[in-house]
Design a protein around this ligand. Structure first.
Ligand code: AHR
Length: 341
């Protein structure tokens, strides 16, 4: 139930009433609000940007993508003059839950977060809803039956990314009749991009039995994790043709492992990754990575827009999909000079 289309949830309506209920009496506005401060807002009208407080619970700092995403979100809220409370969960769900509970206690206007993993959010999101605080998902989805627990989900279509990676592999080996041995470096276990990128890729390459995923293991979206797992899997799979890494950082770790094993990345073993951060694009331009599917971390301005609308009681799309492309070596060479991250 996490791929959503739908009407605005009850939380948004409660929140709009809390902040903008101009026709209501102060007592009624307080009753609608479910938390302190509602009556005051109703009497004083719409909030200025400078009065809005947003709590953002970030996944961590596991990758170049994540660092770029954090910077862009902080920059966008600063530009908009909206106060952003920021916490880094160090890739632990319990830390994110603690941060969300703290934002509820602080009665922020909106909570935004990028869930480390897909499941296990219903209880804390229900607490936010009961407190009348709207939640916006960025980057990653939650797997919940109840889509009224959040207002909007802004981020990439990870299944599509996996399919694009798979399609490049299918095209690249179109003339080969021998089996193509593939190692998959998975993202964080249970995270939406790890689940969906594996699913999309399998759907495309699985249509031809010559493509064999001989090993698939998590590198937790980190460079060190990618290197360590690639080192081990290359030893147990000496005939491997290609590594599909769920992000650039793990692909960059795999490059180090391939070189340490005395082979040439991009030639002896081909590499396909997802993200297109500067380090990944540089490796692609040098021929060490063969193809990158873009996943854009630049979500800040769109998130500000959603938050502003939610606080104003306006409708927001339940699902906003980020636009992105793919890069070959030539395209990376061309794009690199202007790459922001
Ligand atoms: O959720 C987006 C993914 O998380 C990025 O592809 C990866 O680099 C990050 O860690």
């Amino acid at each position: 139930m996490r791929r959503v289309n739908g009407a605005r949830s009850g939380t948004a309506r409660n929140h709009a009433a809390r902040v903008f209920g101009v026709a209501a009496t102060a007592a009624l506005a307080v009753a609608l609000s479910g938390c302190a401060g509602g009556g005051e807002q109703a009497a004083s009208g719409p909030k200025d940007a400078g009065d809005i407080v947003v709590g953002f619970a970030q996944v961590g700092a596991e990758s170049g993508w994540r660092t770029a995403n954090t910077k862009d979100i902080q920059r966008a809220f600063e530009d908009a003059g909206i106060e952003l409370k920021f916490s880094d969960a160090q890739q632990k769900q319990e830390n994110q839950i603690k941060a969300i509970r703290s934002y509820i206690t602080q009665q922020v206007d909106v909570i935004a977060f990028s869930p480390v993993v897909e499941t296990g959010w219903d209880a804390v999101l229900k607490e936010a809803k009961d407190a009348g605080i709207p939640v916006v998902l960025t980057d990653r989805a939650v797997d919940s039956e109840d889509d009224t627990l959040y207002e909007s989900f802004l981020g990439s279509d990870f299944i599509e990314e996996g399919k694009k990676a798979g399609q490049w592999v299918v095209d690249e080996y179109a003339d080969q009749t021998e089996p193509v041995e593939i190692i998959q470096l998975e993202g964080t276990t249970g995270a939406a991009p790890a689940i969906d990128r594996a699913e999309g890729f399998a759907e495309v390459v699985g249509a031809d039995e010559k493509f064999q995923v001989v090993a698939s293991q998590t590198g937790d979206f980190t460079r060190a994790g990618g290197k360590q797992v690639a080192e081990a899997l290359l030893k147990s799979n000496p005939g491997v043709d290609l590594i599909y890494a769920h992000n650039d950082d793990m692909g960059l770790g795999a490059i180090e492992a391939i070189e340490a094993a005395g082979m040439v990345p991009g030639q002896d073993i081909k590499i396909v990754t997802v993200d297109a951060v500067k380090d990944g694009m540089t490796a692609l331009s040098e021929g060490k990575i063969n193809f990158i599917v873009e996943c854009s971390p630049l979500l800040g301005d769109q998130l500000v827009d959603i938050v502003t609308k939610v606080v104003a009681g306006e409708d927001v799309e339940k699902r906003i999909i980020t636009e992105e492309t793919t890069f070959t070596q030539e395209q990376a060479v061309e794009a690199l000079p202007d790459r922001q991250y």
